[in-house]
Design a protein around this ligand. Structure first.
Ligand code: HEC
Ligand code: HEC
Length: 314
């Protein structure tokens, strides 16, 4: 028997994170210059898991950015208040402290600016910021924490600072790939090692997924979302440059095994599908990035590449 799945609200996951989120990642690969005070991070963390910031008190940031799913969720598009669907796939929040712009099209310049947007977004939490601030002022535990951190009543600025401080502490840096690069030859399986080699050679992945965070933080058109040869707007919406039509921000690959489905529209379900997509050279359109072209790869190579991607997550 087939029946349409009801549009269940995602629910709010428990806060099961370790008590002390790292202020500095292991192995010194990634460093934060200005570490926010622990009390501020704690306030941000409470807010992140609290549905109080949504109109009907059913959705928290953590509903779509679930810790057990790499701070993404496992839906192509996410559900906000009243079962409304977001326009894009929820990205992982790992290592956003190193981000240079936020959102798939980079329309937010800072995390402080970004973290207030989902609260007011009609498809996500749908709560006017004035009301959000009112709610926080009327809850004693928040009133106290805002007072302690800022010496004043809850306001938008404090809310933004607290949420951004928490998001900056969401780290991923000690994967088997890092251990391998630090000299532990046993950290990667032979398959993952071959995958790493492919990634860094003719696979060409390193051209965009580069550096400690596996992202150049730039915008590229890989052809995701192209329909009949026509790309979506993507970065064009921000810069109004024709050549950036269909370009989206290179996502980090950290934690990638836990964040399926993939791409800004959630259109690829598995890492195997992602590798197939690149093997075939993306989707043709007039703005396709010059680094995207069919890759000569055996089936075994494709499996190795997937093994490497998985090793960025454990
Ligand atoms: C209903 C689901 C939903 C909720 C609730 C939600 N987000 Fe998101 N989040 C998304 C989606 C979808 C995107 C990508 C939107 C885009 O690029 O247009 C996103 C993007 C982000 C980004 C940008 C990441 C990057 O790499 O560019 C950050 C940071 C973020 N969200 C933090 C938060 C915080 C903090 C909250 C709570 C105040 C929150 N989100 C609530 C779905 C959600
Ligand atoms: C020209 C730059 C570029 C190259 C080269 C490139 N990527 Fe990407 N990658 C991107 C961009 C941009 C996206 C997001 C595309 C979108 O959603 O529109 C992405 C998305 C991904 C994702 C999905 C991540 C997520 O969270 O949804 C994976 C996995 C990935 N790439 C792996 C690879 C692998 C493996 C290679 C090499 C075979 C590769 N990429 C080559 C730019 C690139």
């Amino acid at each position: 028997m087939f029946s349409m799945a009801p549009q269940e609200p995602p629910g709010v996951p428990e806060d099961t994170l370790p008590e002390n989120l790292p202020g500095e990642a292991p192995l010194g690969l990634l460093r934060i210059e200005n570490v926010d005070p622990a009390e501020l991070v704690q306030l941000g963390r409470m807010l992140f898991f609290d549905p109080v910031l949504s109109r009907d008190r059913t959705i928290a940031c953590a509903s779509c950015h679930r810790p057990e799913s790499g701070f993404a969720d496992n839906k192509a598009l996410s559900f906000g208040v009243g079962g409304k669907q977001t326009l894009r796939n929820a990205p992982s929040l790992f290592n956003r402290a190193y981000g240079r712009s936020f959102m798939w099209d980079g329309r937010s310049k800072t995390l402080e600016e970004q973290v207030l947007l989902p609260i007011e977004n009609k498809l996500e939490m749908d709560l006017p910021l004035d009301q959000a601030v009112e709610r926080l002022r009327s809850e004693e535990r928040y009133a106290k924490l805002f007072e302690a951190n800022f010496n004043r009543l809850a306001d938008r600025q404090g809310l933004a600072l607290a949420l951004a401080s928490f998001v900056r502490r969401i780290f991923s840096a000690d994967s088997p790939v890092d251990q391998f690069r630090a000299g532990d030859r046993q950290a990667l399986s032979p398959a993952a090692r071959s995958g790493l080699w492919l990634y860094e050679s003719r696979g060409g992945c390193w051209r965009c997924h580069t550096g400690a965070n596996f992202s150049d933080e730039k915008f590229h058109n890989t052809g995701v979302g192209v329909r009949d040869g026509v790309p979506e707007e993507g970065r064009f919406q921000v810069t109004l440059k024709e050549e950036e039509r269909g370009a989206f921000k290179t996502p980090t690959l950290r934690g990638v095994a836990t964040t399926a489905p993939y791409m800004h529209d959630g259109s690829l379900r598995t890492l195997e599908e992602v590798v197939e997509f690149y093997r075939a050279g993306g989707n043709t359109n007039e703005n396709l990035d010059r680094s995207i072209a069919p890759i000569q790869m055996s089936d075994g190579d494709a499996l190795n590449l997937v093994a490497f991607l998985r090793a960025l997550s454990e």
